[in-house]
Design a protein around this ligand. Structure first.
Ligand code: SF4
Length: 253
C-alpha cells in the first residue's frame, strides 16, 4: 500500500522536460523534512516550517491522502483517462519522496504497469534512496530528476547526500540529471558554487539544472535573478518553475 496526496494532469514545469504534458502522482511521506526552505504552515494552531510541498511531507495531513491498495484499479483508471485524452502524457512521480515506496509491492506494480504501456516515467527524487535495479529492472527504464538538497534545506549533509545511492541511480537508470533549488543567499554566499561542485565530482556526467526557491510568484521573484546570473557564470541550465509562474500558490495544477 502507498499514499497519494494528489494526482492531476498538467504541464511539467521544472527540469529537462519543462513544457511536456504530464500526469502527476504525488506520493505522501518523505524521509527528509527540509525546514530550511522556510515555508510556514499551521497545524492545529502550531506554526511549522518546511518545504513548498509540506502537505505531502507532514503526516499531520495524512487524513486527506488516498491509500492505494489496488495497482490494477489505479492503472485502469489511468487507461480510461489517457484514452479520453487521446494521447499518452509523460507520468511524473513526485512527492514527498516517492522512492520511500520502492520496495512496496503495489507501488512497484504501478510503475511496472506504466513502463509496460510505453509511458515515460520520471521520478522527482531527493536522491537518497535507490531502487533495487536488479530485482525490479523496470526502474532502470525510468528517468530520475535528482533534486539533491543543499545546505539551504536545513538538513544535515549525511542525510541529504548519499554517494552510493547517487552512483547507483546514475549507473543504472536510462537517464538522470541534477536539479538544484537555490535562493539568493546560498548563491551570494558562494556555498552553492562549492556544494554543487562537490556533488559533480560524484556525478561528473550529469547535466545540471538550477531553479529558484519559491512556493509563490513573489518568492520566485526574490531569487530568480541571482540563480539566472549563477547559471550564466557556471554554464548550468536555468530551470524556472513554470507552474508557480502561471498558477502562483494554487496546488493540484
Ligand atoms: S526532500 Fe523534497 S519533499 Fe522531502 S522535505 Fe525536502 S523538499 Fe520537501
Amino acid at each position: 500500500m502507498f499514499w497519494l496526496t494528489e494526482r492531476f494532469l498538467s504541464i511539467q514545469g521544472e527540469g529537462r522536460y519543462t513544457g511536456v504534458p504530464s500526469y502527476f502522482f504525488r506520493t505522501g511521506g518523505c524521509n527528509l523534512h527540509c525546514p530550511g526552505f522556510g515555508t510556514k504552515y499551521r497545524v492545529e494552531g502550531e506554526v511549522r516550517s518546511g518545504c513548498d510541498t509540506y502537505f505531502a511531507v507532514d503526516r499531520s495531513f495524512a487524513g486527506s491522502w488516498e491509500a492505494v491498495e489496488d495497482a490494477e484499479m489505479l492503472l485502469s483508471e489511468m487507461d480510461r483517462e489517457f484514452e479520453a485524452l487521446g494521447y499518452l502524457p509523460h507520468v511524473v512521480i513526485t512527492g514527498g519522496e516517492p522512492l520511500i515506496y520502492a520496495t512496496d509491492a503495489i507501488f512497484n506494480s504501478v510503475i511496472e504497469g506504466l513502463i509496460r504501456r510505453g509511458i515515460t516515467v520520471t521520478f522527482e527524487t531527493n536522491g537518497t534512496i535507490a531502487p533495487d535495479f536488479e530485482r525490479y529492472p523496470f526502474y532502470a527504464r525510468c528517468v530520475y530528476a535528482l533534486s539533491i538538497k543543499l545546505s539551504n534545506s536545513g538538513e544535515p549533509y549525511e542525510r541529504r547526500i548519499v554517494p552510493g545511492t547517487l552512483r547507483s541511480i546514475a549507473e543504472n537508470a536510462r537517464e538522470s540529471f541534477l536539479k538544484f533549488t537555490l535562493d539568493r543567499q546560498i548563491v551570494e554566499s558562494g556555498a552553492a558554487e562549492q556544494e554543487i561542485a562537490q556533488i559533480r565530482v560524484m556525478l561528473p556526467e550529469a547535466e545540471v539544472f538550477c531553479m529558484p526557491v519559491g512556493e509563490s510568484r513573489a518568492a520566485l521573484e526574490r531569487n530568480d535573478r541571482a540563480v539566472y546570473d549563477f547559471c550564466l557564470r557556471h554554464g548550468y541550465r536555468y530551470g524556472d518553475r513554470l507552474h508557480i509562474r502561471i498558477f502562483d500558490t494554487t496546488v493540484g495544477v
